[in-house]
Design a protein. Structure first.
Length: 187
């Protein structure tokens, strides 16, 4: 039974995505939704994110869509690595983040201090793994990026605990794109 999952993955710039309405975002969100629907069948109640731009905020938007679609019991927790995580972001990214946080069911920070050092990110990863039953991670080992650190931490955690990692790869995204094209072509 899975009650809590952490969702993370690439940031938009790591994927060459610079606008929130790019078509690629639609496919990424569909891949996240597919994973969440599968976990909802197993009793999923909470989705945890750390508030990072990209995959995590897209996942939050998917949670809100699922709530509207009848999964009212599904809740979102935003637990950042430190206080004022969005402090240096561009204004439109701050607004996006704040709109997500405003509707979240739970908001907190692992460290009750502003940014001090990179260790706060490691502590965030450990915290999120320890508070969840599984991880949904948009990460492809062929394209390294910031999710690499959470992935490595999750593999270490998996060696000690019964913990599953649900990876979303670029191949998974490609399959969704191809499904979409087949549907449009009338198959």
């Amino acid at each position: 039974m899975v009650k809590v999952t952490t969702v993370s993955g690439y940031k938009p710039f790591e994927l060459g995505i610079f606008k929130k309405d790019e078509q690629a975002v639609t496919y990424i969100k569909r891949a996240i939704k597919k994973q969440l629907l599968s976990l909802l069948d197993e009793g999923l109640e909470w989705v945890l994110i750390s508030g990072q731009l990209g995959t995590e905020l897209w996942a939050a938007e998917v949670v809100y869509e699922l709530q509207v679609e009848g999964f009212e019991h599904l809740q979102l927790g935003v637990i950042t690595p430190f206080l004022n995580v969005e402090g240096n972001w561009k204004e439109d990214n701050k607004e996006w983040y704040e709109s997500i946080v405003a509707s979240a069911d739970y908001v907190d920070a692992v460290s009750r201090k502003p940014y001090e050092n990179p260790n706060q990110f490691k502590m965030k990863n450990i915290f999120h793994l320890s508070k969840s039953d599984c991880l949904i991670l948009f990460y492809d080992t062929e394209k390294e990026g910031s999710p690499k650190y959470l992935f490595e931490e999750a593999l270490n955690y998996q060696n000690k605990k019964n913990y599953s990692i649900h990876q979303i790869s670029f191949y998974d995204i490609q399959l969704i794109v191809e499904e979409d094209q087949m549907t449009q072509d009338g198959f």
